[in-house]
Design a binder for this molecule. Structure first.
Ligand code: ADP
Length: 450
């Protein structure tokens, strides 16, 4: 086992990894940018090293600086968290060259799955259903047009290197296809330095169902059931839960089996997530693999009792999984609400500033993953998520009731947050009945508001 690990991230996930290391008796080194200097969560690490200015490109994304910190601190492994360098195969390669273990999948698996177009090919090979779409990349307008016409509108133009909902455009006719193609390529070029796109059939009002996977370096792969992440705003998840409501058991089993099959085909190890869309007739289609730990991983931890961060560390250290598929049970119901420093009343604009009052909820069944506290200054430089509020209860109805209560207790002052929207969601009949899809917020909630 490792004696010392560096966390190449910030905020709640950095603290989550720091805590896992402490629980495992591993020394842990944090890194921080100038914008995070003095952040209270850094005190929980054994050592904290400044890696540069606020701009992520010069600090959290700067491989040379992270590696220097790792060498100075003399760590044996690096946990990348999510975002930043977590899906950067080159970073994993540099770690290996420096004889530092990268806590994640192999560079090869990251490369194959990091590109959505390649991942689709792999899924097809593994006999996993993919969203109908172009055979490969789209190179010009006329090709796009013939693919779209053959498939039938609406279609979705997607960046192969895409992530975070960027580089995606829906097209409902030839005209919007032309403009969407142009916009998607441009967005992908500026965001990912890779403008390659492909086309998928746009699934109307789908649900987003994803499967948590764990694989070791000895060829064992297991699934830890599903998470339903259908509640999204602009393709960004707001609420996640497990079990997925109203999902027939046979379909659930099939999706889980497909995810494991794909992971095996890719030679995948460590933690990963296989994402699917589910249409109204419960047909499911693979969309992508997230080759890293995800924001919503605690949902799965609550229903399975398996600590995913500890598992990631053990797997990276070469240990075999200590359980098999049949040992993994799904118990009760968990819900996560992402608390973002955003103003729902002002088109979810990110808000920065000092938290003047922070009164978190408590009591049975509640878990709050956060790095903030009263007096914390939310920097404007990074992702707006400041906390993840989770509940676990024996049934979904009880989990919703518990979340409602937790949200009513939660007091945050000084900055605007998404707490009010979560309070409304928990009272919404469509949500309570488990009838929401990925377009729900835009389609109903925001329309009612305006
Ligand atoms: P990203 O990597 O940018 O998050 P994903 O491929 O994971 O992109 O898709 C994010 C979200 O976009 C999905 O959860 C879903 O809401 C929507 N989406 C993606 N593909 C499709 C599709 N073919 N039809 C309808 N919605 C889609």
């Amino acid at each position: 086992m490792f004696q010392r690990i560096l966390v190449a991230n910030r905020g709640e996930i950095a603290l989550r990894v720091i805590r896992a290391c402490r629980d495992l008796g591993i020394e842990v080194v944090a890194v921080f940018s100038e914008a995070d200097r003095g952040a209270p969560y850094l005190q929980y690490a054994d050592q904290a090293i400044c890696i540069g200015p606020a701009l992520a490109g010069d600090s959290y994304l700067k491989i040379a600086r992270i590696i220097s910190a790792a060498e100075v601190a003399n760590v044996q492994a690096i946990h990348p968290g999510y975002g930043f360098l977590s899906e950067n195969a080159h970073f994993a390669e540099v770690c290996r060259a420096c004889k530092i273990e990268f806590i994640g999948p192999s560079e090869d698996a990251m490369r194959r799955l990091g590109n959505k177009n390649e991942a689709r090919k792999l899924a097809k090979q593994a006999n996993v259903p993919v969203v109908p779409g172009s055979a490969g990349l789209i190179t010009d307008e006329s090709q796009a047009m013939s693919v779209a016409q053959e498939m039938g509108y609406p279609v979705l133009i997607k960046a192969a290197a895409g992530g975070g909902g960027r580089g995606m455009r829906v097209a409902r006719n030839d005209i919007s296809l032309k403009s969407g193609l142009h916009a998607a390529v441009q967005e992908a070029e500026s965001a990912f330095k890779d403008g390659s796109v492909y086309i998928e059939k746009y699934i109307e009002q789908p649900r987003h169902i994803e499967i948590q996977l764990l694989g070791d370096r000895h060829g064992n792969v297991v699934h830890l059931y599903e998470r339903d992440c259908s509640l999204q705003r602009r393709h960004q998840k707001l609420v996640e839960e497990s079990a997925a409501p109203n999902l027939p058991e046979a379909v659930r089993q099939k999706i889980c089996e497909c995810a494991v099959r794909l992971a095996k085909e890719a030679g995948y190890y460590n933690a990963g997530t296989c994402e699917f869309l589910l249409d109204k007739d419960n047909n499911f289609y693979f969309i992508e693999v997230n080759a890293r730990i995800q924001v919503e991983h605690p949902v799965t931890e609550l229903v399975t009792g398996i600590d995913l961060i500890k598992q990631q560390i053990r797997i990276a250290a070469g240990e075999k999984l200590s359980f098999t598929q049949k040992d993994i049970t799904h118990r009760g119901h968990a819900i996560e609400c992402r608390i973002n420093a955003e103003d729902p009343a002002n088109n979810f604009r990110a808000t920065a500033g000092t938290i003047t009052r922070w009164q978190p909820p408590g009591g049975p069944g509640i878990r709050l993953d956060t790095h903030v506290c009263q007096g914390y200054r939310v920097p404007h430089n990074y992702d707006s998520m400041i906390a993840k509020l989770l509940v676990w209860q024996p049934t979904r109805a009880e989990a919703i009731a518990c979340m409602k209560r937790a949200l009513s207790e939660f007091v945050v002052e000084g900055i605007k947050t998404t707490i009010p929207i979560h309070r409304e969601i928990m009272q919404n009949n469509a949500f309570i009945e488990g009838r929401v899809d990925t377009t729900f917020i835009e389609r109903t909630w925001l329309q009612q508001k305006s």
